[in-house]
Design a protein around this ligand. Structure first.
Ligand code: C2E
Ligand code: MG
Ligand code: MG
Length: 597
């Protein structure tokens, strides 16, 4: 430390009206390589401060025209960092000590040269520290300002700066009457890269893609990182939508070039949504442009990725409709606009109803009854399927319990509920079902769930939930079997109890000349039986289909041939609904169904 202090130099102003003292102090400073200047009174001192900008000032306590303490104050007002050392005699020591808050040090006369030098050096060192510290703080502030506007990973403008640039570009378009294009770039399946190769590789690829976008842009364009694997390119002064699409083509080609990280070659693709303003960009805002470009990007993804899509009004209409559906659904859970339709499962041999599937319906305000195709995708995507599914289970089990109390259901009756991938991914799903079974006092053998193969893509999480359901005694059908991914290893791994043969195969059964369809159906039935599973033919529309299925050994069937999905009343008034249902049971049926209209 002392070595460092010893090295501290600078210029020092010595203010003392005694010429001899002044000069001897300047001489002592000179021995340490520190340059000294002298001043005899206040006015000279202030002038010297301006002229020499001293790094420290030594001031005598008694000056002819003011006190040293007052002068110290004045000097510091002009340069807050300048250390002021006070020279004082014994007599004035007390006063000097009292003023020490304003001074950096004091020295008692006569001053020993070594002590004087050390004190001056300490003061110079402290001053240097303060200045160094200040520049650090300033650098830090500049860095913060940078980080507020730029993405630290890629160095691209961030969302905040993008917003600003977009606003400016819009203003520019208005001035010049030109068109402004906004491109929303989203890397395809980037999550997979992160999951497979780790974030370190993911980050490097993001940087590489950012560099390529930057290099490909025109000088007036802005490339910003919007978030994760999303980038936005703002292109002012674009001639037509055709030119915007050509820019997108170019960017796609740049991004698609192989990129090597740690010796591994990656091939990424991107989907780009483009929106372009009318000339002069009258009715646009940054939010609207980003939203439209984002919508078009989603369209590009839906259409198969690795391509661009240009925003049009129809897209906006679809987005609005989707949004309306979501809002309507949200309200419907509470308002009682959801309903369940029941479609019987029939024993193909006897024609007896041995079960039913609950199918969700939405009585949408002003739109009539909507089938699942019209709302399930939105429900899935928005996560609303979770509360809707809970509602369906609650309603179905409470009805089942009423039917049972009324003696409507046979021993082997089972009510089937469709469960979406989203619901199965929730680890608490099994517990919820268990709670409802207890609440409505329904035996678990009377309940089954239908799952689709799509739900099995995340097999790990799903299997746990399915195992729990099986352990509880709930049956599990693999729905639409043969139509989805049909990974046969699932049949081996999953605790399912039955297969529902997809109706596409069933409908082939009475098509003249079709031999493959029936062969597949026969194969699926044999496969199911060999695995000890029950087999249901779904979508049976004709007597012929039912007969062929029966002849092939399929025991259960469902379809319009037997009954359309309907209300509980319709379910129980179907012919053969309950074996031997006599007149005396009629009142119980009515009572059980009384709550339903
Ligand atoms: P799914 O589970 O395969 O249900 C069978 C669908 O086929 C039903 O359509 C039913 O009305 C229809 N169907 C029945 N018999 C015939 C027939 O003979 N011919 C033809 N062409 N169709 C027949 P729906 O009710 O529109 O349901 C469609 C899908 O929506 C269901 O397919 C199921 O995957 C899903 N779904 C229905 N309700 C729910 C629910 O509460 N929760 C969940 N997660 N999904 C549900
Ligand atoms: Mg089903
Ligand atoms: Mg089905």
């Amino acid at each position: 430390m002392t070595d460092q202090w010893a090295g501290e130099t600078g210029t020092v102003l010595v203010v003392d009206d005694d010429e001899t003292v002044r000069q001897s102090l300047i001489d002592v400073l000179a021995t340490a390589g520190i340059k000294g200047f002298g001043a005899g009174r206040r006015a000279e001192a202030l002038a010297a401060q301006v002229q020499y900008e001293p790094s420290a000032v030594v001031v005598d306590y008694r000056l002819p025209d003011c006190s040293g303490i007052d002068l110290a104050k004045e000097l510091k007002e002009r340069d807050a960092d300048v250390p002021v050392l006070l020279l004082t005699g014994y007599a004035s020591l007390d006063t000097a000590v009292a003023a020490v808050g304003q001074l950096d040090a004091y020295l008692i006369k006569p001053v020993a040269p070594a002590a004087f030098l050390q004190t001056v050096r300490n003061a110079l060192f402290r001053r240097a520290l303060i200045i160094e510290n200040r520049s650090l703080v300033e650098r830090l502030q500049r860095l913060n300002a940078y980080q507020a506007l730029y993405d630290p990973l890629t160095g691209l403008p961030n969302r905040a700066l993008l917003d600003d640039r977009l606003t400016q570009a819009l203003a520019g378009s208005r001035r010049t009457g030109s068109c402004l294009a906004v491109l929303f770039v989203d890397l395809d399946r980037f999550k997979v890269v992160n999951d497979l190769f780790g974030h370190h590789v993911g980050d490097q690829l993001l940087r590489e893609m950012a560099d390529r976008l930057s290099a490909a842009r025109r000088r007036s364009d802005t490339v910003a990182r919007f978030g994760g694997d999303e980038f936005v390119v703002v292109c002012p002064d674009v001639g037509t939508s055709g030119s915007a699409c050509r820019i997108a083509e170019h960017l796609l080609a740049e991004l698609a070039r192989p990129a090597a990280v740690d010796g591994v070659e990656h091939r990424l693709t991107a989907s780009i949504g483009i929106t372009i303003t009318s000339p002069g960009a009258q009715s646009s805002s940054p939010e609207l442009l980003l939203r439209n470009a984002d919508t078009a990007m989603y369209r590009a993804k839906e259409a198969g990725r690795a391509d661009w899509e240009l925003f049009d009004e129809a897209m906006r209409d679809r987005v609005v409709e989707r949004f309306e559906v979501e809002r309507g659904l949200r309200a419907s859970i509470e308002s009682g606009d959801l309903a369940l339709a029941y479609q019987p499962f029939v024993d193909l041999k006897s024609g007896r109803v041995v079960g039913a599937e609950a199918l969700m319906r939405w009585h949408r305000d002003g739109h009539g009854t909507i089938l699942p195709v019209g709302f399930l995708p939105v429900a899935e995507e928005s996560g609303l399927i979770a509360p809707m599914g809970r509602w369906a289970f609650d309603r179905a089990l409470s009805e089942l319990s009423a039917w049972e109390r009324a003696g409507l259901v046979s021993e082997d009756f089972r009510l089937w509920l469709n469960v979406s991938p989203h619901q199965l991914a929730d680890p608490s799903f099994g517990d919820e079902v268990d709670g409802l079974l207890r609440r409505y006092d329904v035996p678990s053998r009377m309940v089954g769930v239908e799952i689709v193969e799509d739900a099995l893509r995340d097999v790990g999480a799903t299997t746990k939930v399915l195992r729990q359901l099986r352990e509880m005694g709930v049956s599990i059908n693999l729905d639409d079997f043969g139509a989805g991914y049909s990974n046969l290893s699932w049949l081996q791994e999953l605790p399912i109890t039955g297969l529902k043969i997809d109706r596409r195969f069933v409908s082939s059964l009475d098509v003249a000349g079709d031999t493959r369809g029936p062969a597949i159906v026969q194969g699926l039935i044999s496969l199911g039986h060999a695995l000890g599973l029950s087999v249901v033919g779904e979508g049976i529309e004709t007597a012929a289909q039912a007969e062929v299925l029966l002849s092939m050994g399929c025991e259960l069937g469902q379809g319009y041939h037997f009954a359309y999905p309907g209300t509980a009343r319709q379910l129980w008034s179907a012919p053969g609904a309950v074996e031997g249902r006599g007149e005396e049971d009629g009142s119980a049926v009515e009572a059980a169904l009384a709550g339903e209209s």
